[in-house]
Design a protein around this ligand. Structure first.
Ligand code: UTP
Length: 484
């Protein structure tokens, strides 16, 4: 590739980023090539706009959103305990039917850096220490395999669930190698598509891009809302259309209980003719720091759907209760979204530029005047992120779906030692759920008061507790119990 040094230098001057070449004279030829290559890939006009936008929004004194918030109305609130058994059956059939027709895909959000967990490989490759030692990726792959079988049993047609895995510079190569080394965990290699989201430069508080080393720009993945740009750029939308995908379940990599391509959720969204849906769970308490889905309606408008972060509202708003005692704003977001591919196409082609950047102040390694990389002790710059759920505002047909929280949500965010969302809490959530699967299927699981049991059922045997009756009914089980 021909690298145009003069052109780049001019561009840097124009955008006030000339400092990125401050070590130029000291660089070896391959370092120069590498730096030029990085600079060529920065869209400086976009970067200026992005920084300006975040600066402008930081300057505005946040207008209280509380008085514009309305809870999700009950007619748009489906769920395992909200719908009748007959309705649930209907949703399940619709979901399985779509799977058997090959119309369903999963987008896995696996581009994050997982800094809190603190391992130097992708989170999907993490094993929380189940007896089988399966990693998150393997558990997810096996749930897809089992669901494909269930759909085939119901409809006689074996549709493939396409699995799109969004990675970033940090996670792509390792993820590809891992899947290939494990033979795609039994999935058809052709139906697993690993793609990459863009990295964005990190800035100091004056809008200067930070140099991490003399020849490297500090950069970070642009948040899970980087999905929309990546879907277009990496031609994932084309792949979806070529493969007849109509419905997409997008979910985070780090929820060990995630129901991949959840047929209840998808079937519910199909039955309601939604273009976008969101899985939500009841908050554990008013102060739980999760975003809540609500309608934000200003000045007589019809309102827009939004996830409002806990930090954006007053404590008294978070504590408001309905007459039945439940929290008024209780639709906690857990990064599980439904989209039709038509909606995704519309978002990626028409609205990506309208999605806001959110600022996170972070400790970003930077180079000092001697060329050494320094790890700062306190935040010295900003990372900019888009959020996947910021597209809800564009949805005309939107609703939420509420599963049983302990059946479906146990995120892995922190290393052991933290108070929650650790490998230990994730592992125990699996054990507890699987022990409940046994009880629900007519077995007896004996546990002593307060005892943490060990119980693991392979996803290849059961996706969501189904299919266990023959093996467990009338029998007694105790810890440790392994069914595979
Ligand atoms: P988190 O916000 O929890 O971030 O991501 P993280 O990167 O996993 O962890 P920390 O904050 O560095 O400790 C929620 C989901 O969004 C994905 C993550 O992989 C996770 O599934 N994500 C996040 C992306 O796909 N891309 C991003 O740029 C950021």
């Amino acid at each position: 590739m021909h690298l145009d040094m003069a052109g780049i230098s001019h561009t840097l001057d124009k955008h006030g980023q000339q400092h990125l070449l401050q070590f130029w004279d000291t660089l070896r030829e391959e370092e120069r090539q590498s730096l030029l290559h990085q600079l060529e890939h920065v869209d400086f006009q976009h970067v200026d706009k992005m920084y300006q936008q975040t600066k402008d929004s930081a300057g505005i004194i946040a207008q209280s959103i509380d008085k514009f918030m309305e809870p999700v109305p009950s007619e748009l609130y489906g769920g395992v305990k909200r719908n009748t058994a007959e309705e649930l059956k209907d949703f399940l059939s619709k979901g399985l039917h779509a799977v058997s027709n090959g119309e369903v895909a999963v987008i896995l959000l696996a581009g994050g850096q997982g800094t809190r967990l603190g391992v130097d490989y992708p989170k999907g490759m993490y094993s929380v220490g189940l007896p089988s030692n399966k990693t998150l990726y393997q558990i997810q792959a096996e749930r897809i395999l089992r669901l494909q079988d269930l759909a085939k049993e119901s409809y006689g047609k074996s549709g493939k669930i396409r699995w799109y895995i969004m990675t970033s510079e940090h996670t792509k190569h390792a993820t590809e190698t891992f899947f290939s080394q494990h033979d795609y965990f039994g999935l058809d290699k052709k139906s697993v598509v690993i793609f990459e989201q863009e990295m964005l430069p990190c800035f100091d508080f004056d809008g200067k891009i930070i140099l991490e080393s003399p020849s490297k720009i500090a950069s970070a993945p642009g948040g899970n809302g980087g999905l929309y740009r990546a879907l277009l750029k990496e031609k994932v939308l084309d792949d979806m259309s070529q493969n007849g995908i109509k419905y997409v379940h997008a979910c985070g990599v780090d929820n060990i209980l995630v129901r991949m391509a959840d047929p209840h959720f998808i079937g519910y969204c199909i039955a309601k003719n939604l273009e976008c849906g969101n899985k939500v769970v009841a908050k554990t308490d008013p102060n739980e720091a999760v975003g809540v889905v609500c309608l934000v309606r200003k000045n007589g408008t019809k309102g827009i759907w939004q996830v409002v972060e806990y930090s954006e509202i007053l404590p008294e708003t978070a504590q408001r209760r309905l007459s039945d005692g439940s929290l008024m704003f209780n639709a906690g977001n857990i990064a599980n979204h439904f989209f039709t591919t038509d909606f995704l196409n519309d978002i990626c082609r028409q609205h990506d530029d309208d999605l806001p950047y959110h600022i996170a102040k972070k400790k970003i390694p930077y180079v000092d005047c001697h060329g050494a990389t320094i790890k700062p002790a306190k935040p010295n710059g900003i990372k900019m992120e888009k959020f996947i759920f910021d597209v809800f505002q564009f949805a005309n047909r939107f609703a939420v779906w509420e599963p049983i929280r302990s059946d479906e949500f146990a995120p892995l965010k922190n290393a052991d030692g933290a108070s929650d969302d650790t490998p230990t809490t994730a592992r125990n959530a699996v054990f507890d759920l699987h022990a409940r699967f046994i009880s629900r299927a007519g077995g007896e699981f004996i546990r002593n008061e307060g005892e943490q049991v060990v119980c693991e059922i392979s996803p290849l045997v059961s996706y969501g507790g189904e299919g266990l009756e023959e093996r467990v009914r009338g029998k007694t089980f105790e810890s440790p119990c392994i069914i595979d």
